[in-house]
Design a protein around this ligand. Structure first.
Ligand SMILES: *Cc1c(COP(=O)(O)O)cnc(C)c1O
Length: 388
């Protein structure tokens, strides 16, 4: 089956629910055992079903099965946020005294978790240049346990040579985790490229409507129990209503992404020709940094990219943002609405300094007509030039 068909047909259980088209919302804490033998089996840890609401519910099971199929994984586990999935994926595989390698363009809060929490447990973290490829081998030490990838990187959108990094890590006995949120499971299946654990924030395009926060990890059989037990020990527990919304988001995701990509390319190509623009950091755009790797690994793109602008006075930057009518200023992305934020890289790049001085603006191109978005940006750039 094509992925578009899978998105429409996965995660349903119509025969169990009297033909109801959608998987119902099953709000659960207590689950009753049929008889004492089942209860005893649960006490022994041998009961095959769900024993308590914190360990899942039928709506969550449907979502997990749908995602696992989309990812080409044996199992998916759902978390109450993408961040909870990230934290669990790292903690599941490491112990005190270990060393881990994180991409320098990793999602900011994941970096903060490493710097603030892992440090307390004597775990050493090295941030590596995202474009390192097979060169990662030189950074792997005897106590290196894990290599974490994110492609393209947050804010700066560096593409990584995923197969080269995964192969080098495997040869040295390291686990690889890939944050693949930007690509969605529709455009990139990390496990097929040698990665051990694929992470997604479902908050973005799987929601598609900016109305819940959720994350997922997917893996082959060999890592499932490690991840499952750690997720349970961490109290991971998404809500059934949110699982329902995630399943609903899957149904339209291929259509939405197609439009986000088309509009993204249209707006990015326009921006690329503007005199205020140094570069458009959108791997899907021909000629953009990482375009060849994007073509090699991904079957499509989403609507998120950054624009490196030339230096401008702070009040003009403020005027650029404050006057925007269609682009909202807000975190997250992947919803139907367009967004614009100023990226502060600050101390979040340590492997190499970001070479530009001017403002870096991250845009999410939503489902509005792209020409309306261009008109909004054109007025914004006039304000940036002091012509308000
Ligand atoms: C948003 C995001 C996350 C975190 O997901 P939440 O659901 O917000 O916790 C992780 N990685 C990337 C690349 C993201 O954009």
């Amino acid at each position: 089956m094509h992925p578009e068909t899978e998105l429409v047909t996965l995660g349903l259980a119509r025969q169990e629910y009297e033909g109801v088209v959608n998987m119902p919302v099953c709000r659960v804490s207590t689950i009753l055992f049929k008889n004492f033998a089942d209860f005893e089996a649960a006490e022994r840890g041998e009961y095959p079903g769900i024993t308590y609401g914190r360990y899942g519910n039928p709506t969550q099971t449907a979502l997990q099965e749908a995602l696992a199929a989309l990812e080409g994984a044996d199992h998916s586990i759902i978390f109450q946020s993408g961040m909870a999935a990230i934290v669990t994926s790292i903690l599941a595989f490491i112990k005190s005294g270990d060393h881990i390698l994180m991409a320098d363009a990793v999602y900011g809060p994941a970096r903060r978790f490493c710097d603030q929490e892992l440090k307390k447990f004597n775990v050493e973290v090295t941030y590596y240049p995202p474009d390192i490829g097979a060169g990662i081998d030189a950074l792997i030490k005897p106590n290196t346990r894990l290599v974490y990838l994110e492609s393209p990187g947050s804010l700066t959108f560096e593409m990584q040579d995923i197969e080269a990094i995964a192969a080098a890590a495997k040869k040295r006995g390291c686990i690889t985790i890939s944050d693949s949120t930007w690509a969605t499971p529709l455009h990139f299946r990390a496990l097929a490229h040698g990665v051990d654990v694929s992470m997604h924030s479902l908050t973005k395009y799987i929601s598609g409507h900016s109305d819940f926060v959720m994350g997922a990890l997917s893996c082959k059989k060999e890592h499932y129990k490690t991840l499952l037990y750690t997720s349970r020990n961490m109290g991971a527990c998404p809500g059934a209503d949110d699982c329902y919304l995630a399943l609903r988001g899957l149904r339209t995701m291929s259509l939405r992404l197609k439009r986000h990509q088309e509009s993204g390319l249209h707006v990015a190509a326009w921006l690329k020709k503007r005199p205020e623009v140094v570069d458009v950091l959108y791997p899907a755009l021909p000629g953009a940094p990482g375009h060849a790797l994007w073509k090699k690994y991904f079957s499509g793109a989403c609507g998120l990219f950054s624009v490196q602008l030339k230096p401008a006075p702070h009040e003009n930057i403020r005027a650029f943002f404050d006057g925007l009518e269609l682009f909202g200023m807000g975190y997250s992305w992947g919803g139907f609405e367009s967004l614009a934020t100023l990226c502060s890289l600050g101390k979040s790049r340590t492997a190499a300094r970001w070479p530009h001085e001017g403002p870096l603006v991250r845009l999410h191109i939503g489902l509005e007509h792209p020409d309306d978005l261009i008109a909004d940006l054109e007025q914004g750039l006039a304000r940036l030039n002091g012509k308000a």
